[in-house]
Design a binder for this molecule. Structure first.
Ligand code: S3P
Length: 172
């Protein structure tokens, strides 16, 4: 089975995915790391030198390849992955995958993202907390329609990593 974690940047997909995979004795794959390894370039450099459209194309190709392999994996996606190139539809159509939207509040996302902006080309230019909050709110409004197609939605605010993982295990 493939267990897919989706959600906004800095919602905890990779951290939670790693713990969940260990607990389930599944392989863990972070799609951005997978892209970086295969493209031999950090995501921020792919955006800079080849552009976002190229990144989205590769993101979709690698995602579709991984879900077609039918291995036991926990797969964390980049925040935009569910929203482009019918990727969410591909996930829902496999029948082999369970997807979960890790939902976090705008305040939580702002406080995490402001410390981790450099590696994230979409927000690296935003200087203030208010600017980040405004950007995230607008983005979530557009992306929510894709995120909410996930099989399950788990709210993460105020919960420890272990509590979130326990909740995920019981939804399986
Ligand atoms: C993106 C999120 C990033 C990465 C890229 C674009 C997005 O992944 O894929 O910078 O569009 O939200 P994380 O969600 O792991 O930060």
């Amino acid at each position: 089975m493939i267990f897919i974690l989706i959600g906004y940047m800095a919602s905890g997909k990779s951290t939670i995915g790693r713990i969940l995979a260990k607990k389930m004795d599944y392989e863990f794959i972070d799609l951005d790391d997978f892209i970086e390894k295969n493209e031999k370039m950090p995501v921020s450099d792919i955006f800079k030198t080849k552009g976002e459209i190229y990144f989205r194309k590769k993101e979709s190709e690698y995602l579709k390849k991984l879900i077609s392999e039918k291995r036991n994996i926990v797969l964390s996606l980049g925040g935009g992955a569910p929203c482009y190139n019918s990727n969410m539809q591909a996930i829902l159509n496999t029948g082999e995958a369970v997807s979960v939207y890790l939902k976090a509040s705008i305040a939580t996302l702002v406080s995490r993202l402001k410390k981790e902006k450099v590696t994230r080309p979409l927000v690296s230019h935003i200087e203030t907390d208010d600017g980040l909050a405004e950007f995230i709110a607008k983005h979530l409004f557009e992306r929510g329609q894709f995120y909410n197609l996930a099989h399950e939605v788990v709210s993460t605010d105020g919960k420890t990593e272990n509590q979130i993982v326990e909740e995920l295990v019981t939804t399986l």
